[in-house]
Design a protein around this ligand. Sequence first.
Ligand code: KIV
Ligand code: ZN
Length: 511
Amino acid sequence: MEERILIFDTTLRDGEQSPGATMNQHEKLQLARQLEKLGVDIIEAGFPASSEGDQAGVRAIAREIKNARVVGLARSLAEDIETAWRSVEPARLPGIHTFIATSDIHLKYKLRMSREEVVERAGQAVRLARSLSDWVEFSCEDATRSDPDFICRVIQTAIDEGAGTINIPDTVGYSYPEEISKLITTIRENVVGIGNAIISVHCHNDLGLAVANSLAAIRAGARQVECTINGIGERAGNAALEEIAMILKTRTEAFGFYTGIVSEQIFHTSRLVTSITGISVQPNKAIVGANAFAHESGIHQDGIIKERTTYEIMNPESVGISKSSLVLGKHSGRHAFRERIKDLGYSLTEDELNLTFKRFKDLADHKKSIFDEDIEAIIAEEVLRANETYKLISVTIMSGTHVVPTATVRMEIEGKECHGAELGNGPVDATYNTILQLTGRRPNLLRFAVSAITGGTDALGEVTIRLEEKGKVAVGKGAHEDILVAAAKAMVNALNRLHYLSEVPKPSVRL
Ligand code: KIV
Ligand code: ZN
């Protein structure tokens, strides 16, 4: 009989700790809705004590999500735990995830606490959390670099105080499969009452072993995995949800476990995360990369035509990649457009649909075939990024072989219209000089990349930029038939994220 593995998604919390991956409240809510559709068991919606913005984001998710548990992260501090509880309380299934570091390195340099003090603090934290919430998870941060005897002591205290889930994080991605497996076994053999708790694992990918370590932990007795969509997260990221779910599904005979993940929702969820965070997936990324189901060599193509399973271990449709990429065009009506949006997994309000349909019609006037990727780009701009501080109204650029590049930009900044014109070394430089002049911001441009969203010279061009300002990093994306307009949109998008970051600071409580 197969056993269930609980999927704890931390894209909105650990995932958001990827450099540049800030999400505004509206984007977080959209993503949480999609995670619910994907069938995750638990959504770690944020770290409420880190900022008022996080509290509001977690609360909005808690109010709406019904089928997944909504959890807030808290350090082992009364204030954090109470704040987390206030944020998740409206949820149908709320929960508190509290943690404290257990490795000697963290105790000595970060916490400046003795082992005794850590045990005491962990016990107090779980006691308080349990007095508020029926569902409490306790994590030993940096568990894989901690003394196993000490971890067992801390976990024993957490269990005695009523924690129902014990999470073992490989915080710095240091472990390897046999080692983490041994650690789980040691905990199971030495902590009294651990059999009544769920053991969870949370692996980072610094050595590229996050998924392998998570699987080893499952085999050793863990029944919950913490992971993120596309594997985004602090530094090299976390274990990728889609990889874990598809390994357990594709190799059920070898592992004997199942998850509640609706695999057909994987691809759309991955694309939504990319669209919201601006962090692209590498083409050769397992499950969701552009090449994951592409067959280049003639021998492989021939094999696939004769029998798909010769070179495909998973059916692309099982992860939501549709074979028939229905193409819309100038003559497609509202009904076809609405149906396509539904098939892509979005649920838009009537107003959002009107906005996106208008953009679609404008695009169809210039572009013969409108692909799913085009529609996703439109939704990202018209729906996910609505209500932003800086809005681009228009941009006019003059450039060529015998003129000094000049850009004239009209913008709306906090509801007020303004315009300006600046020169530059090139058209993009002129545009960016003007936008920065109007917004008064002075970021450094760390990265500028242009790509075509689909094929053909009439394709939508997509510009992705990365900005840094006062130590804060933000990614911005813009799409348009004209790449200079796309570049302007990307700058405005990144500035909105920087603005959000400076409005909603995550001060000293960053993990
Ligand atoms: O990596 C880590 O240790 C964490 C904990 C807060 C669970 O993210
Ligand atoms: Zn983590």
